[in-house]
Ligand binder design. Structure first.
Ligand SMILES: [Zn+2]
Length: 68
């Protein structure tokens, strides 16, 4: 191993609506976005996966925290 790790960016995605939100573990505002995303997709098929798997196929959910 060379020691160069690819940083994997994770996304929370709704399979039903084909929408996703990027997961940023160190960003407190992101936690609010994810919570809102999960609220919007309550009862849907939510999965956590590599962003690369959804980036070009799903729509990004953009939640503006200032709207709260
Ligand atoms: Zn949904």
């Amino acid at each position: 191993m060379s020691g160069t790790n690819k940083v994997m960016i994770m996304a929370r995605a709704c399979i039903k609506c084909r929408e996703y939100v990027i997961v940023e573990p160190n960003n407190p505002k992101n936690q609010i976005s994810i919570k809102q995303f999960e609220e919007n997709h309550r009862g849907h098929n939510l999965v956590t996966l590599d962003l690369d798997e959804v980036r070009n196929q799903y729509i990004e959910f953009e939640f503006d925290v200032r709207d709260l």
